[in-house]
Write a protein that binds this ligand. Sequence first.
Ligand SMILES: [Zn+2]
Length: 282
Amino acid sequence: MTPLDGALWLIRHNFAVFGCDHPGTPNCTGLHKTCDGSRGKHPTVAFTRAWTLDERKIHETFGRGLRNPAVAVGACSFPDGTRLAVVDSDRVGAIEEVARALGEQWPATMRVWTAKGHHDYVRVPAALKLGNSLGSLRGKFDGDIRAGNAFVVSVGAVHATGVLYELEDPERPPAVAPGWLLDALTAQQVPDRPQRRHTPRQGREIRSLDGLVNFVLRSRPGSRNGALYWAACRAWEHVADGHLAAGDVEAELIGAAIQIGLSEAEAHRTVASASRGTGVSA
Ligand SMILES: [Zn+2]
């Protein structure tokens, strides 16, 4: 499948598509100002708004230049009202292992093979408002969950290693996510203790994006926007020094902000304004 074939297949199956950088172009075509070098994964548009289901636009985007097709996960909904979530196993069989450990089963569902493992596409109740949090699977699952304000590089795309993102079975639609998975993802993972301070003490650094996401998730009403701004500033600094990918920062922090009740527009504004402060383009 070429990127154009993949993008057309995706929109015909109701997946909201946009273009990411393609490793075949000489330079990264991502929106960001500074590239961390992870080619093939950086959105070329503000993906939470600039996705499409329109065939003509797909031809415009993927027929002209080399782009990797990607799916704006939060923009995808199904006729029965469910929404999309993607379970991203960093190695083959990781999600099946989690299921087995819990005495459960992983359903046969739409699967896209990636460079390291696979993306399993599942349908989740719209009311759940899942983000990118692993809930009680944190530390138990070798992978990630992509829901809400997130994206996945998808069918017809090429990984930096040259591996093609391929459908396992084009006839198999996304299954309904099993209840045990939804329970795990919505399990409270952070004790909701009152906090006197909202800003970590000087000298205490949070390096990982997970840490920053948790900081946002733990913030108290009234300080949420401030917490998001602080976390976004730290995250953009790590983008600037090449430790984090701009696309991940945007998706994860905005996803976390939505989870704690900020509006998507508000979260976008805050994350973008933090990026201006650190000189990185959101
Ligand atoms: Zn880039």
